[in-house]
Design a binder for this molecule. Structure first.
Ligand SMILES: Cc1ncc(COP(=O)(O)O)c(C=O)c1O
Length: 451
């Protein structure tokens, strides 16, 4: 498996260029690497073998997409300086890059004057959005779908805000009828709309939720940590594309560059349509170091120290992959989507499996055909393990009866939940690899399900 080894040589040249920028300084006396460092790194490399092969197209398990080599190199280059984007003193150049990258992501959402910043990931990004929402709604409850990421429930408990669960419909989308019942009966300040749920990749009906907003007046927070970039794809269903077109009507949006944005982990992003959200972040700490009267990112971010390298990597990636419809980046997402639909079509024809829902993005979930719910779950596990033994990696997901029942293949519901197989078809290479993936899945299915 190629782990970008060839491209690491580029670093040799660019680090030299970077060093050139500091050549007026006398030597710091730091020694370069010692043999014991190399021995330790050998040990590290050996230890790292104990991972699934996330980079490889035969890995379709969890939401793990390798960073682009440009992001990898830019991150590593920035690490020679290790800037801190808390304040301009810690990361002058990388803060500028962060602001530029944020501006580009906000423009993709449809905003040109948004407030936003990078952060550790989707969890922190959502926590900040819900914290700001709590402050601006006087602590009113939030409503989230039962298929939303579990982080919202946790965030609500941390924020001491009531969290009301909205039922999901049979496609895994928020059930708007139930949301309206909850709005009638409760003081709801914020509705969390997920564009791309973690389990199924389902897209909540933003257009209908916006209609309810006119009647009930709540904030809308979009959690598109996973699915945000699919705004650029043109091969979603008409329904899906319509929801994405309405994103700019939300009050806040979360998109994770470390999921579909080709970035290393530690790169989430939260955006607020109204830049006045900045007032919630206000603090009067005497400790922050100011040598500039310009806004620095620590003033509008919950986390203080943050990796400037994450901003550098994202900025570099955006030079190569602008966030444009029709652009290379959008086409790569479209490849993933097509590959997911190929898998879905194959499953529909398979005598062994039943897709749970029609994929709305690039996540495919399916159950094994069997008489009882517990057998379905047990066989899913067997397939999962046998496939992994052949280096074909999926994930398992446990779903409520309500989501799996409509497919109608389980006769005896001896359990209210059922374990299904799940594939995150996130890599553009998956399109070319799909025939091989399907062949291997066919082999595994014969071995396990026809014995
Ligand atoms: C929709 C959604 N929101 C939030 C999160 C949490 O993001 P993170 O793991 O980056 O904290 C995830 C992670 O899978 C997600 O899919």
């Amino acid at each position: 498996m190629n782990l970008n080894r060839d491209s690491l040589q580029i670093l040799d040249r660019v680090v030299e260029l970077l060093e050139g920028g500091f050549e007026t300084l006398s030597s710091s006396g730091q020694t370069s690497g010692s043999t014991s460092d190399e021995l330790i790194l050998n040990l590290v490399a050996e230890k790292l073998h104990n991972n699934y092969p996330y980079h490889h197209p035969m890995y379709l398990g969890q939401m793990m997409k390798p960073p682009h080599r440009l992001a990898h190199l830019a991150y590593t280059l920035a690490m020679c300086i290790n800037p801190n984007n808390h304040a301009l003193d810690g990361g002058r150049a990388s803060s500028e890059m962060e602001k530029d990258a944020i501006h580009k992501i906000a423009a993709m959402v449809g905003w040109d004057n948004a407030l936003g910043h990078l952060c550790g990931g989707g969890t922190i990004a959502n926590l900040e959005a819900l914290w700001v929402a709590r402050e601006l709604t006087g602590g009113k409850a939030i409503a989230v779908s039962s298929q939303a990421h579990y982080t919202h429930n946790r965030c609500a408990s941390l924020l001491k805000v009531e969290c009301l669960e909205v039922r999901a419909d049979e496609r895994g989308r928020m059930n708007v009828g139930h949301l309206e019942e909850l709005l009638d009966a409760n003081e709801i300040g914020t509705v969390v709309v997920t564009l791309g749920t973690t389990g199924l990749g389902a897209i909540d009906p933003l257009e209908e939720i916006l209609t309810l907003q006119q009647k009930y007046g709540f904030r809308i927070h979009i959690d598109s940590a996973y699915g945000g970039y699919f705004k650029l794809a043109r091969n979603l269903s008409e329904y899906g594309m319509r929801q994405y077109q309405l994103m700019q009507h939300a009050d806040s949006v979360v998109i994770d560059p470390h999921k579909h944005g080709l970035q290393p982990y530690g790169c989430g992003c939260v955006l607020f349509k109204d830049p006045r959200a900045a007032k919630i972040y206000k603090h009067d700490s005497p400790y922050t170091y100011f040598t500039s009267d310009q806004l620095h990112l620590g003033e509008i971010s919950f986390e203080c120290s943050r990796a400037g390298a994450a901003a550098v990597a994202l900025w570099a990636t955006l030079q190569r992959f602008p966030l444009a419809q029709n652009g290379d980046f959008a086409q790569r997402l479209e490849c993933s989507r097509r590959a997911a639909m190929q898998l879905y079509e194959w499953l529909k024809e398979s005598p062994h499996y039943e897709p749970v829902v029609t994929p709305e993005l690039d996540i495919v979930v399916w159950s094994v055909r069997a008489e009882t719910a517990s057998l379905v779950s047990a066989k899913a596990r067997e397939v999962f393990e046998a496939a992994a033994a052949r280096n074909l990696h999926f994930a398992l997901v446990t779903l409520p009866k309500k989501l799996v029942e409509p497919a109608g293949q389980i006769m005896n519901w001896d359990n209210d939940e059922v374990t299904c197989l799940r594939a995150c078809v996130m890599k553009p290479e998956h399109e070319d690899w799909m025939p091989r993936i399907l062949q291997e899945l066919e082999n595994v299915s014969r071995e396990i399900l026809e014995k």
